[in-house]
Design a protein around this ligand. Structure first.
Ligand SMILES: Cc1cc2nc3c(=O)[nH]c(=O)nc-3n(C[C@H](O)[C@H](O)[C@H](O)COP(=O)(O)OP(=O)(O)OC[C@H]3O[C@@H](n4cnc5c(N)ncnc54)[C@H](O)[C@@H]3O)c2cc1C
Length: 378
């Protein structure tokens, strides 16, 4: 659904939610000259936007609208990075590594997709993989290079964008304010203060209760559900990874690989199947390795983290690196919301006159956030 924002009428926008979707809406609104007030219930955003890999991930997107959204977002991230170096944007590309013949055959199929050039795919043999990313010294059958993929620093993106917005004026950041009431063209926070505006944009992430719980019908329309993932981060590794890395298990999750060869993949190992794991590996700017992830779909979610999943992911990383990973320093879980019905790539609805709810981008939310915000203002 496209909400038409009347540029002539709209002057002041309230954004609810300090995650990447809310903040990219603030950026898009300021670019169009609107005044922006952004409210966040925590002292600093603590949701999916700071818990993710920071992957701007084009490679695995479904052909058509999803790929187009991701490519537009990739362009916008790069443009923004020129103005906001603190995003830590790197056009590093990615390597999806096959350790078995069936995985390699599927990568070959993907490399032959009609849109492979838009993804900047190139199929590499093991020597080719090592030439691109010499830190990968393990045993593997080949890899798919995607030059379009990129990396940002999730722990730095939000403060960096807010500093940029604040420097430009017309922007107010109000942390520690939970929105508890929504009216047409206004919201009230938990201190009782009303914030009047011409347009409210709600970006609550996976917080679908509280004030958002008043709109279950809208969320049900797109089958919005929540997903919990486990992640970890190591101490800095001296060797540099020149690209991000994914393993063959990722071929089961990303829609670009929904090709005939997927049916030939061997069953996942016990722990990987139970925790629905795939290896994604990103080196942070300081050298640390962010390693994940798992997928939990049934609520109530576990409140603790599962060591078997971490052992599995750590071992997979070591197989590809051909070396031990540094000591794991941090473990965490994160929850995102995702649409599951129909063709929508995320949920957008006008839940009250002048009040737009945007959520549910799922595992593509960090990637697509600048393009999603842009679409809100079309
Ligand atoms: C572990 C993990 C790894 C991921 N990896 C990637 C990746 O590498 N690439 C990618 O593209 N995507 C990734 N994703 C998905 C991506 O992180 C999310 O889709 C995206 O961050 C969602 O952003 P958001 O702003 O909607 O939500 P959030 O980041 O959750 O932000 C929502 C904010 O709204 C605030 N809020 C909620 N209700 C209120 C209220 N009533 N009043 C005030 N504030 C409120 C919350 O406190 C929160 O800070 C990953 C997600 C997870 C969990």
């Amino acid at each position: 659904m496209t909400i038409v924002v009347g540029v002539a009428r709209t002057q002041r926008i309230v954004v609810v939610g300090g995650g990447v979707l809310g903040t990219m809406h603030a950026v898009a609104a300021r670019r169009r000259g609107f005044e922006v007030v952004q409210l966040e219930r925590e002292a600093e955003a603590r949701g999916a936007s700071v818990r993710n890999f920071g992957l701007v991930w084009v490679s695995g997107r479904r052909p058509g609208a999803e790929l187009a959204l991701a490519l537009r977002a990739r362009e916008l991230w790069e443009e923004l990075a020129d103005r906001v170096p603190g995003l830590g944007f790197r056009a590093a590309g990615s390597l999806t590594i096959a350790t078995e013949d069936a995985e390699l055959r599927l990568l070959k199929e993907a490399a032959g997709l009609p849109d492979a050039d838009r993804r900047q795919f190139e199929l590499l043999d093991p020597d080719g993989v090592r030439a691109v990313n010499p830190a990968l010294r393990g045993e593997f059958a080949g890899g798919l290079l995607c030059r379009a993929d990129a990396i940002v620093e999730p722990r730095k993106v939000l403060p960096a964008l807010r500093a940029y917005l604040s420097a430009g004026g017309g922007y107010e950041w109000l942390p520690g304010r939970e929105v508890t009431e929504i009216a047409p063209n206004a919201v009230r926070d938990h201190t009782g203060a009303w914030h009047q505006c011409d347009l409210v944009i709600l970006c609550p992430g996976a917080v679908l209760t509280g004030v958002i719980g008043r709109y279950p019908g809208y969320l049900a329309r797109d089958g919005v559900r929540r997903v919990r993932l486990q992640m970890m981060q190591t101490a800095p590794m001296a060797r540099r990874l020149t690209t991000s890395v994914a393993d063959g298990d990722s071929l089961r999750y990303y829609p670009a690989y929904d090709l005939p060869g997927r049916g030939q993949l061997a069953p996942q190992s016990g722990v990987a199947a139970r925790t629905r794991a795939q290896l994604l590996l990103v080196q942070r700017a300081d050298g640390a390795l962010t390693i994940g992830d798992t997928h939990e779909y049934d609520e109530p979610f576990a409140f603790d983290v599962d060591s078997d999943a971490y052992d599995h992911l750590g071992a997979r990383a070591e197989t590809l690196l051909g070396a031990p990973i540094p000591r794991v320093q941090r473990r965490w879980a994160g929850v995102y919301s995702e649409v599951t019905l129909g063709q929508a790539l995320y949920h957008r609805s006008e839940v009250e006159p002048g009040v737009v709810l945007v959520t549910g981008p799922g595992g593509r939310g960090m990637t697509c956030s600048p393009a999603i915000a842009e679409e809100t203002f079309f």
